[in-house]
Design a protein around this ligand. Structure first.
Ligand code: NAP
Length: 254
């Protein structure tokens, strides 16, 4: 019998967290370090923020390195994964968290607006999985966690590109869960609701008030609310869970 009584549940594991420099990814990366994992974070541009996060992770006496890489670029991801394997020897946990929004009503949305969001949010996750799954399959063990959104489940006005990318992540994840179940690789999805980060900070107060009002708990979530579930899904306590989509949204999408 396994009981959740171990606070170093990720000891000796190596985790890769995309978009680990800020917001939800940063909270996940720090929580993994707290649980004993070595952590590689991937960021796109904010070097100083990434270095700050590395310092916070190192406080837990684990190995931590940051890699600049555009997850939407297949060959950059291939090279970065090779570097991570060289630096850490292996990869046990992958969190596809990097994401962007370019919100507009569909009639105002350009082809580029649509493509860019799909490329980062959906193709980015495919690129990471494509290069990391062979390592996990060889080890016959791995945990993949894809960060979707309730927008991908419900749709959302102004987010045709984003909602499509996040719904696509769910189909991708269920397929990976089926293809790799016999290799002991679990693939699950977290669908956050409205979480306090830079992504939601840029919304105007009116939209924030409307969104908060629609949440039964009448409050936004914190990055740590997502990180707590990401720790569980990366640990052995979730070994018999795969292909699931778990909402963390204060009841927004009941
Ligand atoms: P955030 O604060 O805006 O941070 C985004 C992160 O993604 C940053 O670390 C950024 O790197 C990285 N990133 C962006 N484009 C990238 C690229 N092309 N290649 C590599 N890294 C890239 O976002 P967040 O709110 O924490 O969101 C994290 C995830 O949760 C996203 O997938 C988002 O869609 C999802 N989510 C968020 C909410 C919410 O309410 N906040 C709700 C539902 C789902 P730099 O720092 O270098 O720019």
């Amino acid at each position: 019998m396994l009981y959740m009584d171990d606070n170093k549940i990720l000891q000796n594991k190596t985790a890769v967290v995309t978009g680990g420099s800020r917001g939800i990814g940063q909270a996940i990366a720090i929580s993994y370090a707290k649980a004993g994992a070595n952590v590689a974070i991937i960021y796109s541009g904010s070097y100083e923020q990434a270095e700050k996060t590395i310092k916070l992770i190192e406080e837990f006496d684990v190995k931590a390195l940051a890699y600049q890489c555009d997850v939407s670029d297949f060959s950059q991801v291939k090279d970065t994964v090779a570097k991570i394997i060289q630096d850490f020897s292996s990869i046990d946990i992958l969190v596809n968290n990097a994401g962007i929004t370019i919100d507009k009503l569909v009639l105002m949305m350009t082809e580029e607006d649509f493509q860019k969001v799909i490329d980062v949010n959906l193709k980015g996750a495919f690129n990471m999985i494509r290069h990391i799954c062979p390592v996990m399959a060889k080890n016959r063990c791995g945990k993949i966690i894809n960060i979707s959104s309730v927008s991908g489940i419900m749709g959302n006005v102004g987010q045709a590109n984003y909602a499509a990318s996040k719904a696509g992540l769910i189909g991708l994840s269920k397929t990976i869960a089926k293809e790799y179940a016999l290799r002991n690789i679990n693939c699950n999805v977290i669908a956050p609701g409205f979480i306090k980060t830079d992504m939601t900070d840029k919304l105007n107060d009116n939209i924030k008030d409307q969104a908060t009002n629609a949440i039964p708990m009448k409050k936004m979530g914190n990055p740590q609310d997502i990180a707590n579930l990401a720790v569980f899904l990366a640990s052995r306590y979730s070994d018999y869970i795969t292909g699931e989509v778990i909402k963390v949204d204060g009841g927004l999408c009941i």
